[in-house]
Write a protein that binds this ligand. Structure first.
Ligand code: SF4
Length: 296
């Protein structure tokens, strides 16, 4: 057996297989709906170049169906392949390398966990900021570190942080405020690394608390819906299917089509989701019916 085949088999074997029902809401899976004007304001506050959006509401982040499938511990139908696992490991290594170097230059703690209790939510919001720096004036600065590829990193430099990074960082800011109440916090930052070229880019943002509150409030609204769907056992509709121009799974969040068998995609439930739709299983589906439908 070729050594690379052995490595690939080991990578897949070592991937955590246990599916546990989560009892928290993660900022990395957050989602929110905004009006077009709100979203423009939010993006401006996070130093994004604002391009004309399609009119109407904007959905940002993970679709409620994907979140529901994760929370009910369904085994994903589109698991990461060895190449994907290696890419993630490479991203982690590049972040560790740059973070270690950063710690020699500034006072920054690595991976600071936080939990936030929210009125109206059963689960706590449970997150982890990549870094928490103490600035020269004593104020604290939450960091979000992202590893990506050269092209993507240069796009971030050109257009600003990605949509989901903004949601995640708003929760980091809230989390830092909960951990250090009354502490001065004026800025936050994104540190972006290209894991292939080690191209680096840093985005320093002045915190607008009204914007942070708005973003978090809208995320909470969606988590309220998620908890209701979990309580009732009813699977939410496939939101990004309908966000696509053709009403199918071509939206980048789903990245799946009948003609594209590539494993390279974003939603780990995409073939499962497509199967439910093909069998007419939608909002009324309960966990047992879903299991029957996909033979699990
Ligand atoms: S495939 Fe698309 S619509 Fe279906 S759960 Fe995933 S993101 Fe949502």
């Amino acid at each position: 057996m070729r050594v690379l085949d052995k490595i690939d088999a080991r990578l897949v074997e070592n991937e955590p297989k246990e599916r546990r029902t989560p009892t928290g809401h993660w900022p990395s899976s957050a989602s929110a709906r905004f009006t077009e004007d709100e979203w423009r304001e939010i993006r401006l506050a996070f130093k994004c170049v604002v391009t004309p959006d399609p009119s109407g509401d904007v959905l940002v982040g993970e679709c409620l169906r994907a979140q529901w499938l994760k929370h009910t511990a369904q085994t994903p139908s589109n698991e990461n392949d060895p190449g994907g696992i290696l890419k993630m490991k490479m991203g982690g290594l590049s972040e560790e390398l740059v973070f270690g170097l950063a710690q020699k230059e500034t006072a920054v703690a690595r991976e600071v966990a936080y939990k936030i209790e929210i009125d109206g939510l059963e689960f706590l919001v449970s997150g982890r900021m990549d870094g928490l720096e103490i600035d020269s004036d004593g104020s604290i600065v939450p960091w979000e570190m992202k590893s990506t590829y050269s092209y993507s990193a240069t796009q971030v430099k050109k257009f600003g942080p990605k949509d989901t990074w903004i949601l995640q960082h708003c929760w980091n800011i809230k989390g830092a405020a909960v951990l250090f109440p009354g502490h001065d916090m004026k800025r936050c930052k994104f540190v972006v690394l290209a894991r292939d070229s080690l191209y680096r880019h840093e985005i320093d943002v002045v915190i607008d608390w009204d914007i942070v509150d708005l973003v978090c409030e809208r995320c909470v609204n969606r988590w309220v819906h998620l908890e209701a769907a979990l309580d009732s056992g009813l699977m939410p509709p496939p939101e990004y299917r309908h966000e696509g121009s053709k009403g199918d799974w071509t939206h980048w969040k789903c990245r799946y089509s009948a003609t594209n068998k590539s494993k390279d995609g974003y939603c780990p439930y995409r073939s499962m989701c497509q199967e439910f739709e093909a069998k007419g299983i939608r909002l009324e589906a309960r966990a047992e019916e879903m299991a029957d439908a996909v033979g699990t």
